[in-house]
Design a protein around this ligand. Structure first.
Ligand code: SF4
Ligand code: SF4
Length: 352
């Protein structure tokens, strides 16, 4: 985030309320940001084109936004679920914080680049309204880069200016943001559909969501506790137990649920039986085994050879299908992902 700019925004926002209390509040807010993460991390993220929103949220252009506007190639979630790629905002309310340090994660983690901070605490938070408003503005800023681009599809660009979907998934664990239910509600009130992606270690937060997302993803990237420790590297006690409790909670959700498994060659592609037990416990609407992609900060931890190819993902999905009784109902070769479900075809939640 541009800290000076952010300060300006905050100043303007508080202008009408000028006075000692408001100024003290503003100073306290700035201090919180300064102590939350080192400025060097903020600089690195800005260079990586994260558009910081307030003190702990961010929007980043999804690669597929570019692909759909310029090459008419939407993301696999448009194919599977009807989400319009060009009208989707990829954001997080928890940019710096997560309860895990997955080896395959593309986010900057404590210790990467010798930058140290506490990843498990979000000491104060911006209001859901601020996060939603800031995210929409950030997306418009991203889109302004395509204005006048002769290669951009004009109709799609026009539609993109009114975003309709938000993927609360960019980086970090979104349920560390306490008002996560209110954030979802605020997006819904403004006509958005929402996909929430959680690592499932904050069962109590998911259990008390004031509003369900349009679709809930839980990442399950290990078939057992030993692999979980090695691959997901939890930073809180009893994370495996908490994930299992979340899986047991999943059938109580009304919205479609998804178990997302990021598969890393040489790390977590064995023990189909272990995955099957977890899927049986959660009984999700969908299962999405997907290949690890060698991008972002994960390149500091893994090699190119850790990316499975699509054939390997299909083999994994086929074994999973025969163990669980789920059917393979779709796939995307370019994203190296397969969709399994007990349904004949996925529910289209992005239409209309
Ligand atoms: S749904 Fe995901 S992959 Fe598709 S455009 Fe949105 S953020 Fe990108
Ligand atoms: S849970 Fe998600 S955000 Fe957290 S470290 Fe793992 S992949 Fe990254």
């Amino acid at each position: 985030m541009n800290l000076k700019k952010s300060g300006t925004v905050l100043r303007n926002r508080n202008h009408k309320k000028s006075g000692t209390v408001s100024e003290n509040h503003l100073i306290r807010k700035r201090n919180v940001l300064n102590t939350l993460v080192p400025p060097s991390l903020v600089e690195v993220l800005k260079k990586q084109k994260y558009h910081l929103v307030g003190r702990h949220s961010a929007v980043k252009r999804c690669r597929w936004l570019y692909e759909t506007l310029i090459h008419n190639r939407p993301c696999y979630k448009q194919k599977f679920y009807g989400i319009k790629t060009h009208q989707c905002i990829q954001m997080t309310p928890s940019l710096f914080c997560c309860t895990q340090r997955c080896v395959f994660c593309w986010r900057a983690q404590n210790g990467d680049l010798q930058i140290i901070w506490d990843e498990t605490k979000l000491p104060e938070w911006d209001s859901p309204e601020e996060v939603v408003e800031g995210s929409i503005k950030a997306q418009l800023k991203i889109l302004s880069g395509y204005k006048g681009n002769p290669k951009a599809n004009k109709q799609k660009f026009k539609e993109a200016l009114t975003a309709k979907h938000v993927a609360i998934s960019l980086t970090g664990e979104p349920t560390l943001y306490k008002p996560i239910g209110e954030l979802i509600q605020t997006f819904h009130r403004r006509g958005f559909t929402t996909f929430l992606v959680s690592n499932g270690t904050m069962r109590s937060e998911l259990a008390k969501l004031s509003e369900e997302p349009t679709q809930l993803y839980i990442s399950v990237c290990a078939p057992d506790e030993e692999v979980f420790r090695h691959v997901c590297r939890p930073q809180i006690p009893k994370a495996w137990e908490k994930l299992n409790e979340t899986l047991a909670l999943l059938p109580s959700f009304q919205c479609p649920t998804v178990i997302r498994t990021t598969l890393v060659h040489g790390f977590n592609m064995e023990n189909i039986r272990g995955y099957t037990k977890l899927i049986e416990k959660a009984n999700p609407t969908y299962v999405e085994p997907k290949a690890y992609m060698h991008v972002g900060f994960s390149r500091l931890r893994l090699g190119y050879e850790n990316m499975p190819n699509h054939r390997e993902i299909c083999e994994f999905a086929t074994q999973l299908a025969s163990e669980t009784g789920y059917r393979i109902i779709d796939e995307s070769q370019e994203s190296r992902v397969v969709l399994l479900s007990r349904l004949e075809k996925p529910k289209r939640c992005g239409d209309g």
